[in-house]
Design a protein around this ligand. Structure first.
Ligand SMILES: [Zn+2]
Length: 78
């Protein structure tokens, strides 16, 4: 596994849902593997903020991957 998740390398396999500068949210549309558990995620949040709150809804698993300057959060839905 790479030290850093390269969203640009798999950009064509994801749909951009939201981009606020320091927060980016993608939906998976081609079974891109989760950087934490390696199973395809449903949504991926990339954030450079210090804290976040989440409403989990139908999320079955929440995965996080920490990098030097950002946090990745992947959700796996039922
Ligand atoms: Zn995962």
């Amino acid at each position: 596994m790479a030290d850093r998740f390269d969203q640009h390398a798999v950009r064509h396999r994801m749909k951009l849902l939201r981009s606020d500068g320091d927060v980016t949210l993608y939906a998976n549309r081609d079974d891109v593997p989760c950087p934490a558990c390696e199973e395809p995620f449903d949504r991926l949040l990339l954030t450079e903020r210090r804290s976040h709150s989440f409403d989990l809804g139908d999320t079955d698993r929440l995965c996080v991957a920490r990098e030097a300057d950002r946090l990745l959060v992947c959700t796996h839905e039922r």
